[in-house]
Design a protein around this ligand. Structure first.
Ligand SMILES: *Cc1c(COP(=O)(O)O)cnc(C)c1O
Length: 399
């Protein structure tokens, strides 16, 4: 994790701004909670005792460092040198636990007795319920009533882990409604509750805090690539973007290394102009979403447009404010892949390398044929998660 003074043009200012994006646009009722976090988070997470606990859990509980694997057959197919950062091998099957481990330790230091979270597909809910079980902290996860029906296995996991899953019954009964309920809960229980947000979104300091917890990904890539190739900077780092936490972690230590191109891949759903898409930078405009100024999909009068993607983790109408800035400044290259392209890429990786990726991750793999990387170049793809949770979808494509 970086400490405050270091870096730089693409990191959050002290008020949480990345250019004109970021900040904390919150109702007054939420102000004391967010302010308590903002005042304390840097000091707490940069203390040596915190780092020691965090690193120890990442090593012995999560299973870090995750391997950096040179994918021979995939490299041959695309005529370049491809390395896979294996976040799919983390405990619970994805990168999300890097963040929930950090936040549960932070909650403990702040003296919180209870954790609240929102979840869409249930992946962040499971990662949160996991660390709450580990630390014996009460856990309440809000989930849209419709999502509870659609994601039964993750609901069962959260309950088995001891979490209380509370249905959000208003509106479209999905993620946005669960977020509203979780916020309301936090407002009503400011003293004893910590709210664990699952991506680099929300009011400052969440985007910066979550990016710091995920930055272990690029910290490891640097020394692992150096060990394997003699050079710590690849030509490209590629990651999928829902809210953007796995990408933020994979990009973090490369932000100032301008010889490394940062490629973010969004979900185009059924196609960018199909009306069923989640390609935020292609379709969105600046505005405020979930407490920060960013780019989001909205109508002319500012109504959030319902996103669509085959992958639940990318089905989000915005991106984190840092990504909005990487897009606007040109530091990041933003591409998108359709549902169909993602599924094809998942089957290709599975056949070539014996690794079944998550549907989210498959979007990052799907742009390899458009990247234009040469035989002398090096590409790192952040393999954000494993595909076990997506087997019901993949099965529809197996005959
Ligand atoms: C949740 C999830 C994502 C999307 O979230 P980000 O915050 O954009 O990383 C991507 N991949 C996997 C495997 C996920 O579970």
């Amino acid at each position: 994790m970086e400490t405050v003074q270091e870096k730089n043009a693409y990191q959050a200012s002290s008020q949480g701004y990345y250019g004109t994006f970021g900040g904390a646009f919150i109702p007054e009722m939420l102000y004391p909670n967010v302010e308590e976090l903002r005042e304390n988070y840097l000091q707490i997470i940069s203390a040596p005792s915190f780092k020691k606990e965090y690193d120890d859990l990442l090593k012995n509980y999560v299973g870090r460092p995750t391997p950096l694997y040179h994918a021979n057959r995939l490299s041959e197919k695309y005529g370049t040198n491809i390395y896979l950062k294996r976040e799919d091998l983390c405990h619970t099957g994805a990168h999300k636990v890097n963040n929930t481990i950090g936040q549960i330790l932070l909650a403990q230091k702040l003296g919180k007795k209870r954790v609240v979270a929102e979840t869409g597909a249930g992946q962040h809910g499971v990662a949160t319920a996991t660390v709450c079980a580990l630390m014996d902290i009460e856990c309440i996860v809000y989930m849209g009533e419709l999502d509870i029906e659609r994601q039964a296995p993750n609901v069962a996991r959260m309950k088995m882990l001891g979490a209380e899953v509370r249905p959000a019954t208003c509106g479209s009964r999905t993620l946005k409604d669960a977020t509203n309920e979780a916020m309301r809960h936090w407002i009503n229980n400011p003293v004893d509750t910590h709210y664990i947000i699952g991506s680099v979104v929300g009011p400052h300091p969440y985007p910066d805090m979550v990016a710091r917890f995920q930055s272990v990904i690029s910290e490891e890539i640097k020394w692992q690539l150096k060990e394997q190739t003699g050079k710590e900077n690849p030509d490209y780092v590629i990651a999928c973007v829902g809210g953007g936490s796995n990408a933020a972690g994979a990009f973090y230590h490369y932000l100032d290394d301008l010889d490394t191109k940062l490629v973010a891949v969004e979900a185009a759903g059924q196609g960018i102009s199909s009306g069923h898409s989640a390609a935020t930078t292609a379709l969105g405009t600046p505005g405020v979403l979930h407490g920060s100024r960013t780019i989001l999909m909205q109508t002319e009068d500012g109504q959030v447009v319902e996103p669509f993607s085959i992958s639940a983790g990318l089905d989000y109408p915005g991106i984190g404010p840092q990504h909005a800035y990487l897009y606007e400044s040109g530091r990041g290259t933003f591409l998108s892949a359709t549902d169909e392209e993602a599924v094809a890429a998942a089957f290709e990786l599975t056949k070539l390398e014996g690794i079944i990726p998550a549907l989210e991750t498959s979007h990052a793999l799907a742009i390899l044929n458009r990247l234009g990387a040469t035989t002398s170049e090096t590409v790192v793809i952040n393999l954000s998660g494993r595909g076990d949770k997506d087997m019901a979808t993949y099965m529809k494509y197996i005959n």
